[in-house]
Ligand binder design. Sequence first.
Ligand code: GAP
Length: 454
Amino acid sequence: MSESLSSLDVVVSLAKRRGFVYPACEIYGGFANAYSFGPYGVELRNNIKKLWWKMFVNDRSDIVGMDGPILLHSRLWEASGHTTGFNDAMVDCKKCKKRFRADHLVEEATGKDMEGDFPAMNEALRLIPCSSCGANDWTDARQFNMMFHTSMNGFSGDVFLRPETAGAIFVDFKNIVDSMRVRVPFGVAQIGKAFRNEIVAGNFIFRLREFEQMEIEYFIRPEEKWEELFEQWLVLQERFAVSLGASTDSIRRYEHPKEKLSHYSKKTIDIEYKFPFGFKELFGLACRGDFDLSSHAAASGVDLSFRDPETGQSYVPHVLEPTFGLDRSLLVTLCAAYHEEQLEKGSRIVMKFPFALAPVKVAVFPLLKNKPELVAKAREIFDMLKTSFVCEFDDNGNVGKRYRRQDEIGTPFCVTVDFDSFSDGAVTVRDRDTMVQERVSVSELSSYLSSRLG
Ligand code: GAP
């Protein structure tokens, strides 16, 4: 987390003020912890997705991409165990009717993780007052299934919005093996929306009911030394967190205790990030054995084994599952980038996004708005640069104010056209991080910016 960031509120406020993230349906009083991504938010999200896709799909010869549907057959969720097991513990305050995650309430009050142990949670709750009204009158903690239920014309069974993207990968395993020349070990990557009816959403975009995941199923031979690959994946996940701007001391690993793992899981580790509200899960990595493919094979009656064309050996691959949350990645990017700096005169807020992620790469200004020749020249330079970089033209207010605005958007370079530009054929380029300004000739501007932006 950036050292300038004292609380999440400053990021929430900047995100709204500068067009990154807005509370959804605000004109109707807001809607249940839902958010819209504004013009800069959507650029930033797309850049995070591009970075992830490049790192895990385009730059690798052993991973292919796919994009499955959100509405999937309910038999998939029966086979995966979501219909019966995708539950959280819910408890209501009988007095004020506020609803809570029982395990979270208990953990906050006692420091003990009692997830899944309902008698222990109910016992502990007897000593915990409601944080909303102070009463101590709880319903019993009970299981709540988090899948969103819907219905579909022409289909009589239950239909759910997918609670994770992974399921779509397993049900297309055979299609991918049959249509692509993949050889184990190989992975399938997917980015897309997932939906969970969280009992309590919150902490801005950290816990949402509609969110986006970036997931990989990495298929390996049953006898593969999975521990080595597991470690390699953890390192890659940490590297991705760093490429979002996270410092290495703001990330750590949390291994799920053996007794909390599902029967099929050999190991699960979360990569946690130090958000302003504490270390919390950012990404996850699990070794799931052959549970998923075997369950779908048994439930569908379709053979989901892989036949090695060289050895003729046939087996159901095991799987490592590195999973990444896009919204949490975005939150890390915003938190890590946020800096408040004292200047000789006054102060500034600057979003020091890694250049690859910055929503706007270059802003172009005419020094004065009311001088047509400056505006025309600046437009000409904007038109030249926009073919190579995401650019913004800005002639509002004085140049100092434009710099402050671009700092808050996180634009790495601002280019100003002034009267000297007509005589020296150069412009002033101002660096976001150092605020140093230098003259660069217009004929070399594109290559200068390319090399600076990397
Ligand atoms: N397929 C495995 C899986 O879904 P998960 O730990 O439940 O694992 C993976 O979710 C990632 O999705 C998390 O590490 C987190 O980044 C993100 N995520 C999960 N629930 C979320 C929520 N309610 N809001 C935002 N992101 C969420």
